[in-house]
Design a protein. Sequence first.
Length: 132
Amino acid sequence: FEYYSIDANGGIVLTETRLQDLGWGGPSSFREHCRFQDNFLIIEAINRPIGFIPFRVSHMTGPYLLLDDGYRRIDLATIVEDGERVDIRTRRVSLLEYLIRGEIDAFPGQKKEKAASCGRLQRTGRRIQQES
């Protein structure tokens, strides 16, 4: 699991990651705070700005994107071809543009039920969770 927040300028910030498999390719040292909990290695307080989230969709793993405090579970396998890469970006808009255009929902028709796992996509201090 990866957790992200949106900073005051509208940029994406990697805040936390949780690893269950500590095999090849796992981190060997940390500058951030890390701990073990419920069979996960949790790396916290990463706070690394990133330009976008690249994500390769594999239908085998059942990938979901959890938004709005976990109330929106977007099944990426239903909207993206197997093996296709999705780049998740943010874009800051002016208040005037927002008032004229209104809010744009990139995932219309998706259920708004609380997902079993919690992820968030909102303003500063909130999280985005990418579940793979």
